[in-house]
Design a protein around this ligand. Structure first.
Ligand code: AMP
Ligand code: GLY
Length: 467
C-alpha cells in the first residue's frame, strides 16, 4: 500500500524522471569569466560560528572585495557590513540585493535557505553562489531522498524503510526489535532524530513524528538500524564533478562531560580525527565521490560543501547523514587548517573548475571549545557583557569565532546559547587542546559554561569507543 514506501519500490530510473524536471546549475557564468586577480564583493548569509569562520577565511583572500553579511553576529558585523533588513529566507530579496550592490559571490551558511532554493535564485540572477541548488540540497532536506541516492550509488548506510503511516512503521520497529533510529524526513532544526535504545522508545518516536511535532518534516519518516562505533564527519567541496575532500572532524553533541546529558548544537570539536585509519579516510572520500557522481548521473549538479556524517563501524564507514553545507562547529576547526584562497575555491565550485583549485593542508591539529550561556540547551539569559577575547586571540594559534553575540552600543554581549568557539591550531593534538583551554580561561561573561573534556576521549585512542 502507498503508506509503506519500501525503498526498493522506488527505482533509480523513476527518480531520474522526477529529478530531471529541475534545472541543473548553469556551470559557465560570471565566476568563470572573472579574471583571477579581480576583486569580488561577497555577501555572506548566516549568523553562527560557522559563518564567522567562513568570513575570516574569505577575508584572507587577495580577491576579497567588500564583505557584506546578514543577519550576522557581534563578531561578523565587526568585520563585515550589515546588509540591513535582508532576510536570508527570502530568495528574491537576496538575489535583488546582490544584483543592486554588485555582489560577485553569495556564500550561504545554513541549510534552510539552501533547501528553499536560495542558490537557484542567486544563480538565476547570474551571480556566483557557494551552496547547492534546491534539488541537490535535498541530500539534507529529505532523509528519504538521501537514502535513495545512497542506495543507487551503492554506498554503505544503515538498513531502513520509510513510512507515511504509523501502523506499518510500528510493525517495522517491532521487526527490528531493540535499538533503532527514527527520523523525520525533512528539516527539523536538528531535533528530528530519535535514537531509540528500546522498542518502546522507538514506538514513542514514531508517535511523536506522526503527532505533528515536526510539522511537514515529520509526515514521512525513516526507521533505520542502529549503527555502532565512533562518529566522524568528512566535509568535501565539489563543483558536481571534482570532489575535494577536506579534513575529518568530530564534534561533541552532548551538553555534559563524558558525552552525557541532552543534545546540543555542539559543545566542542576537533580536526583531524586522530584515530581514523587511511583506509577509513579513503572509504569516506570514495562514498562522497560516488554520491556526487550519482547525483550528476541523475541530472543534479551538486555545487558547494557536501558534509558526510559517518559511523566508523567494524565493517567500515557507513553514512549516518548528509548535510548540504559546512558543519557547525566543524567549520571552526577545518577552515583554519586550510591553506588556500577560499574566494577562488568557492568560485570554482560554482563555475565547474574545481579541478584547478590549489588547497594545501598543514600537518597540524585544531581543537575548538564552545563557551555557552548557563542553562543551554535549556533556558538561559542573554545580554551578558563579554570580555577577554583580544587577550585570548593574542595566544599563538588561537582564533575566537563568535556564535551567539551581538554588539550593543559598541559593547559585546551574549545573545545566544552557544556564545563563542575558541579554536586553537598547533603541531600536536595535545598542544591544540591545551592552548584552546588556556584561551577559554581568558574570556569571561556571567554564566560562562564549557566542557573540560573536549578531545579527551580521542586522546585515549580508538579503544575509548569500545563498549
Ligand atoms: P542525523 O541527523 O541523521 O545525523 O542524526 C543525528 C545523530 O543521530 C547522528 O549524529 C548520530 O549520533 C545519531 N544517529 C543517526 N542515525 C544513526 C544510526 N543509524 N545509528 C546510530 N546513531 C545514529
Ligand atoms: N555539527 C553538526 C552539524 O553541523 O550538523
Amino acid at each position: 500500500d502507498g503508506s509503506h514506501l519500501h525503498h526498493s519500490a522506488v527505482g533509480c530510473a523513476e527518480r531520474k524522471m522526477v529529478q530531471n524536471e529541475h534545472v541543473p546549475n548553469c556551470t559557465t557564468k560570471k565566476g568563470a569569466l572573472m579574471s583571477e586577480s579581480e576583486k569580488v564583493d561577497i555577501l555572506l548569509l548566516g549568523a553562527g560560528g560557522r559563518e564567522h569562520a567562513l568570513l575570516r577565511k574569505l577575508a584572507e583572500s587577495p580577491r576579497a572585495g567588500k564583505l557584506w553579511a546578514a543577519p550576522g553576529n557581534g563578531g561578523i558585523l565587526a568585520e563585515a557590513t550589515l546588509a540591513e533588513g535582508l532576510d536570508q529566507d527570502d530568495p528574491v530579496a537576496v538575489a535583488d540585493f546582490a544584483t543592486a550592490h554588485g555582489i560577485g559571490l553569495v556564500v550561504i551558511g545554513p541549510e534552510a535557505p539552501l533547501v528553499e532554493g536560495l542558490g537557484d535564485a542567486v544563480r538565476a540572477a547570474g551571480i556566483a553562489c557557494f551552496g547547492p541548488n534546491g534539488d541537490a540540497a535535498q541530500m539534507e532536506g529529505s532523509k528519504l531522498f538521501a537514502k535513495q541516492v545512497m542506495e543507487c550509488a551503492g554506498v554503505p548506510t544503515a538498513c531502513y524503510q520509510s513510512f507515511t503511516k504509523a501502523a506499518p512503521a510500528e510493525a517495522y520497529v517491532r521487526e527490528l526489535g531493540g535499538p533503532c533510529v527514527v527520523k523525520a524526513d525533512g528539516l527539523a532544526a536538528g531535533k528530528g532524530v530519535i535514537v531509540a535504545q528500546t522498542t518502546e522508545q522507538a514506538l514513542a518516536g514514531v508517535r511523536e513524528c506522526f503527532s505533528g511535532t515536526f510539522g511537514e518534516a515529520g509526515k514521512t519518516i525513516v526507521v533505520e538500524e542502529m549503527l555502532k562505533g565512533p562518529e566522524c564527519s568528512l566535509l568535501a567541496l565539489t563543483d558536481g564533478k571534482t570532489v575535494l575532500p577536506l579534513a575529518s572532524a568530530q564534534d561533541h553533541k552532548r551538553a555534559l562531560e563524558g558525552d552525557l546529558g541532552p543534545n546540543t548544537g555542539g559543545m566542542g570539536v576537533y580536526s583531524p580525527v586522530p584515530f581514523v585509519t587511511p583506509e577509513e579516510h579513503e572509504a569516506m572520500v570514495d562514498i562522497e565521490r560516488r554520491v556526487v557522481a550519482q547525483l550528476a548521473a541523475d541530472g543534479i549538479t551538486y555545487s558547494g560543501c557536501l558534509y558526510g556524517g559517518f559511523m566508523l563501524t567494524k565493517d567500515g564507514p557507513k553514512v549516518l547523514e548528509f548535510n548540504a553545507r559546512f558543519g557547525d562547529p566543524e567549520a571552526q576547526v577545518v577552515l583554519p587548517r586550510m591553506d588556500c584562497d577560499l574566494v577562488d575555491v568557492f568560485l570554482r565550485c560554482d563555475n565547474g573548475t574545481l579541478d584547478g583549485a590549489r588547497v594545501r593542508w598543514e600537518d597540524d591539529f585544531a581543537v575548538s571549545v564552545v563557551l555557552t550561556s548557563a542553562g543551554y540547551p535549556g533556558r538561559y539569559e542573554k545580554g551578558k557583557v563579554v570580555t577577554g577575547i583580544e587577550d585570548a586571540e593574542r595566544l599563538p594559534g588561537v582564533t575566537v569565532y563568535h556564535a551567539g553575540t551581538k554588539l550593543v552600543g559598541g559593547e559585546l554581549v551574549t545573545s545566544g546559547g552557544r556564545v563563542l568557539n575558541v579554536t586553537a591550531v598547533a603541531d600536536t593534538f595535545q598542544g591544540a587542546r591545551e592552548q584552546a583551554y588556556k584561551a577559554a580561561e581568558l574570556i569571561d561573561f556571567e554564566g560562562k559554561t564549557l566542557r573540560h573534556d573536549i578531545g579527551a576521549r580521542a586522546l585515549r585512542g580508538r579503544e575509548a569507543w569500545e563498549v
